[in-house]
Design a protein around this ligand. Structure first.
Ligand code: SF4
Ligand code: ZN
Length: 377
């Protein structure tokens, strides 16, 4: 005899919730998941009426479920939000082009406006070209730094008050683990909280799904028949996050509440009062938030543009100082910074004339994205 739904007591159960173990029918699961998301939005005071919210839309399951839920709950509960889909095109052939097609389908079906901003138009480099210069490792370092900034720049162009991202409970737990393993105390707080404040060129962010288990997001997308893209990025196998994910899966197998526990730990961490965190200022070159004279994106770009792609990663402060002081590097030092044995003569990628998002200099708030070439790390 089939199990009956523990919520309505009438329909046959269609699933057992990974989060609670309750057996629910499809309708009761969808209702519970939507109500929990609504409660998280209200309890966390994530939005205010009249705000424009840019939904970071990658075409994957999390952001597709987020966009669907925000549109549904905005109508159901009268949040009064103006919702816009904001996608970043990193320039990864066979991955991002296919996932952007899923975003476009969602845009046409839902009627939500869509804005796409690309690394090529912002930085003059696609991720595929960066990977050709850099090799198989560290691509996610570049991609993560550039994406964070690209989302802010896209949101500023749209006049958005907030960016909502599809990070789920598993993502938050992985981030907590990863930052523990790296000893990155500053990011530990940022990764687990409800969101981040804005300022200095950054738009406030929130994660309405941060308590939702990945498995339940997949179930929700399945039962709603949502159309999303699920192939992994070609550079993902090299990402450090993958090790944290594997470790988390092992922990979860032994203790199912490990995902929620880690997120909870991250939120409740208290920092020593005498701990000095880097002060936030603005980048001298592009005006974006930075804790050094140049923001991380500008340092990474400097390395790429000089043909020294590892200049901005790893412990190369001495070599950065040499460059800043105008001293020439030896061949060995150039090789350590990733310079090819001989220049490969590749022509920089052309900036698209406006692109899909139509980013023009005047729309960048008067900031100089590529900036002067004098170096001050
Ligand atoms: Fe970018 Fe790495 Fe994510 Fe691929 S896996 S989209 S390179 S951050
Ligand atoms: Zn900068």
């Amino acid at each position: 005899m089939p199990t009956t739904c523990s919520a309505c007591g009438t329909s046959p159960a269609a699933l057992r919730r990974p989060r609670t173990g309750h057996a629910l029918c499809r309708a009761c699961f969808l209702a519970a998941f939507e109500e929990e998301t609504h409660r998280a939005i209200v309890a966390g005071r994530l939005f205010r009426p009249g705000e424009t919210v840019a939904i970071g839309a990658s075409g994957g399951k999390d952001s597709t479920v987020l966009a669907h839920l925000l549109q549904l709950l905005n109508q159901r509960h009268g949040y009064g939000l103006h919702l816009v889909l904001l996608s970043v095109d990193e320039g990864i052939a066979g991955y991002r082009d296919a996932s952007l097609a899923a975003v476009r389908r969602h845009h046409h079906r839902s009627g939500l406006p869509l804005h796409v901003i690309s690394y090529r138009e912002l930085y003059g480099w696609s991720m595929d070209r960066i990977a050709r210069h850099l090799g198989p490792r560290n691509n996610c370092t570049f991609c993560g730094v550039f994406r964070r900034q690209a989302l802010d720049r896209g949101a500023l162009l749209l006049g958005a008050d907030k960016i909502a991202t599809g990070h789920n409970a598993d993502d938050v737990a992985e981030t907590v683990l990863m930052n523990f393993l790296r000893g990155d105390v500053g990011r530990l707080r940022r990764g687990a909280g409800a969101g981040t404040a804005g300022g200095e060129g950054a738009v406030p962010r929130c994660k309405p799904l941060r308590h939702a288990y990945e498995k339940e997001i997949v179930l929700y997308a399945y039962f709603q028949g949502l159309d999303y893209f699920s192939t992994e990025c070609v550079y993902a196998p090299q990402a450090y996050r993958g090790y944290a994910r594997t470790l988390l899966k092992d922990l979860e197998a032994a203790r199912p509440s490990a995902v929620a526990d880690l997120g909870h730990s991250g939120e409740r961490l208290s920092l020593r009062s005498d701990l000095r965190l880097p002060a936030r200022g603005t980048c001298q070159r592009c005006g974006y938030v930075a804790s050094q004279p140049l923001c991380k994106a500008c340092v990474l770009l400097e390395g790429l543009d000089r043909g020294l792609p590892k200049l901005g990663i790893g412990k190369h402060q001495r070599l950065r100082d040499k460059l800043r002081d105008g001293q020439p590097l030896t061949e060995e030092e150039r090789r350590r910074l990733g310079a090819p044995a001989e220049a490969d003569g590749e022509v920089p990628e052309q900036q698209e004339p406006g692109g899909e998002s139509g980013v023009q200099d005047k729309e960048r708030g008067g900031r100089n994205l590529r900036g002067p070439r004098d170096l001050d790390f």
